[in-house]
Design a protein around this ligand. Sequence first.
Ligand code: FAD
Ligand code: DHB
Length: 389
Amino acid sequence: TRTQVAIVGAGPAGLLLSHLLAARGIDSVVLETRSQEYVGARIRAGILEQSSVDLLTEVGLGERLAREGDQHRGIYLQFPHERHHIDFQSLIGRSVYVYGQTEVQKDLVEARTAAGQQWVYEISDVALHDLDTDRPSVTYVDADGAPQRLEADAIAGCDGSFGPSRAAIPGGTTWERTYPYSWFGILADVAPSTDELIYAWHPHGFALHSMRSETVSRLYLQVEPGTDPDSWSDDRIWDELATRLGHGQDGWELEPGPITDKSVLPMRSYVHAPMSHGRLFLAGDAAHIVPPTGAKGLNLAIADVALLAPALAELVGTGDARLADAYSDTALRRVWRCTHFSWWMTTMLHHSGDAFDEQLQLSQLRWVTSSEAGATGLAENYAGLPFEI
Ligand code: FAD
Ligand code: DHB
């Protein structure tokens, strides 16, 4: 079979790209190793930047988001005995929205199903070919065990951090940092104990109170890498969250509830350049990973495809390669800004065990929460910079 753009990976980057290309009259086929149900059930990011919401709304994906998403003016930053609200709305006139990646994924699947998107799930042995020509292709084995070849004018590698696309780029440079801690994340059937997210520095380690809805809370604890989520009892999790988030401080209380999901995620930064080679273009986690502290992973995937869609539409639609040639450099400028911001939030808030680091962190937190210039810098980065910077 033949299509204009072969999209490898049906996560948010791949599905949004198929949607944006269709809006420009470009056909695509989405290839995915997992089942549609599996991809839709993965619990991941929860925060959308203003720029992500604006884009999703512009392309007809904003209806349920407007109804069910929760607009937040800012975040709370906390350190012992102090909790400060950073009000993005009054600092820079932009907000963030609580709307889970699972919901974004659901909306994309619904929209693409209605539009008759071609996709193939549960494939294996995916390989990319002839990237240096204008007839690249993807081979794979379908769910029935039959070998297949999809020919295209261009290939979009949206296959996450473990997919084959990145490795298909010869040469290139990677930058990587592994952090010496992990996040223990829980989902709980309990109303959030806060109106907006709380990012807390604590001598025991970082904690974050986030949420998914009026009845579902999402919370994270900094833990040792390799922690087995089943080795912590529910009581221990709630006790530690209460301590780190300041239960009892100024009358604030953390309300515990039934835990419905537990997972431990490693934290690393990773950037691969260039983000394209010949007729292959990477987007999202396939090209870069950020630690989750700045809530950037999903937003960065959305920002990449916002740039990639017009570039591919020009390339395969009219043969004009100017945007496609510029894609990697343009995308990487924003990728590095978000990589720095995510590293900065991460290193400001996590316990490293070093006494000097600790004093620097507290000094930085006092500055960010007391200086309008400091708070504005955080707000600009957190609520989302323009797609092209
Ligand atoms: P993905 O969502 O990873 O999608 C890639 C798709 O490609 C997957 O469906 C995968 O199955 C598929 N694929 C892989 N190999 C192949 C192949 N060979 N052929 C075809 N398809 C293939 N970000 C935040 O901002 N906040 C968070 O709290 C947060 N939590 C996270 C928790 C976890 C466990 C993970 C892994 C990520 C988390 N992220 C978080 C990051 C965020 O979810 C990602 O940045 C986002 O999913 C990126 O979207 P993507 O489409 O680029 O990649
Ligand atoms: C969530 C995850 C993050 O990494 C973050 O910075 C804020 C919120 C979440 O899953 O809700």
